[in-house]
Design a protein around this ligand. Structure first.
Ligand code: AQP
Length: 331
């Protein structure tokens, strides 16, 4: 059975972009894949995190994933720092990856902005650790949003160079699995920016724990333009905010943008935003309620993560020990 690995940073409450770009595809893959899902707390601290909040957010992420349908018994859910294989292989990959490769990573450029010198070295080598996360399990399929495509290509370059440098066929090729719809959900305040946990404006995103009133308010305030909706997707070309809202509706209603516009073309944003709010509330409210219920039993969440960590280590430890042996470490 194909092994799937994917991760999410416990840097805040998961939002609609995380859900549509990643989490709901994770849930679907569980039917016919062996899945390993990871709360990547090592990645989270590439930007400083308040320690108490990091612990809380890790549990909250776990609760949202469980509430969304992740099965921690048939599959594995754990937090990254619990399995030392990630950092052991991450260091080897720091020595395999070339600086030129990392210099091309657009996510680092976006996150560091102009103030590059003041960011952590961890943020810069983040893609090497991400490659280690996946390859420590020899996972071959990685469901991610569109923003992570470049990191998966880099992981494949690292795997190939390791195999070449040590004259082995040890690490497999990885395939990014990007959803056909809503692979890049944009901010509700700016159609040119992706929806992000770290955006200073809470109005820019729908959190997976928002209640119906909060969702309705955020959608009412979402930036749009004065024109009515067009009757086909071509009419959205120069209208990023309208395109984002139509894309959200389509992803949530399991329709194509064409179908959405056949139904809603010609409408003003007032009625369309109401219809969008309805599909959002129908999807998010049950997840938010189940998340709140799960968070009432923190020891249960901790036990799930502990068990997942132990099972993950059973897979990763022998693979990484073999990689260390290939490199020439005394074992
Ligand atoms: N806006 C998005 N649209 C579609 N997919 C998205 N993902 C993230 N944002 C969007 C996908 O969610 C998964 C987990 O992402 P992450 O938490 O590891 O990191 P991120 O991409 O850096 O997400 P954020 O929300 O922007 O976090 P911060 O603000 O902390 O950096 C990934 O598969 C990602 O593609």
């Amino acid at each position: 059975m194909t092994r799937v690995f994917s991760g999410i940073q416990p840097t805040g409450i998961p939002h609609l972009g995380n859900y549509l770009g990643a989490i709901r595809n994770w849930v679907a893959l569980q039917d016919d894949h062996e899945c390993i899902f990871c709360l990547v707390d090592l990645h989270a601290i590439t930007v400083w995190q308040n320690p108490t909040e990091l612990r809380e957010q890790t549990r909250q992420q776990a609760a949202v994933l469980l509430a969304s349908g992740i099965d921690p018994v048939k599959h594995i859910l754990f937090n990254q720092s619990a399995v030392s294989a990630h950092t052991r292989l991450g260091w080897i990959f720091n020595c395999v990856a070339r600086l030129g490769w990392l210099n091309r990573m657009t996510q680092f450029k976006d996150k560091a902005g102009k103030d590059r010198e003041n960011h952590s070295a961890g943020l810069y080598v983040y893609p090497n650790l991400m490659a280690a996360d996946i390859l420590a399990y020899k996972a071959t399929r990685v469901p991610v949003g569109d923003d992570q495509r470049q990191h998966i290509e880099l992981a494949n370059d690292i795997a190939k160079k390791f195999n070449h440098d040590y004259e082995v066929e040890f690490f497999p090729e990885i395939e990014a699995f990007v959803p056909p719809q809503a692979a890049r959900v944009m901010s509700l305040r700016d159609g040119a920016k992706k929806m992000s946990k770290s955006d200073a404006s809470a109005q820019s995103r729908i959190d997976m724990t928002d209640d119906a009133d909060t969702i309705a308010l955020k959608i009412r305030r979402a930036k749009t333009d004065p024109e009515p909706l067009p009757s086909s997707p071509e009419g959205l070309a120069e209208r990023p905010e309208a395109r984002n809202l139509v894309g959200l509706y389509a992803a949530l209603a399991d329709q194509t943008p064409e179908q959405v516009l056949q139904q809603h073309g010609g409408e003003g944003f007032g009625p369309f935003k109401k219809a969008l709010t309805d599909v959002l509330v129908a999807r998010i409210e049950p997840i938010a309620q189940e998340t709140a219920r799960l968070l009432g039993d923190v020891p249960h969440i901790d036990a799930i993560l502990r068990d997942g960590g132990q099972r993950a280590a059973t897979i990763a430890d022998p693979i990484v020990t073999e990689a260390e042996r290939l490199v020439g470490f005394l074992k």
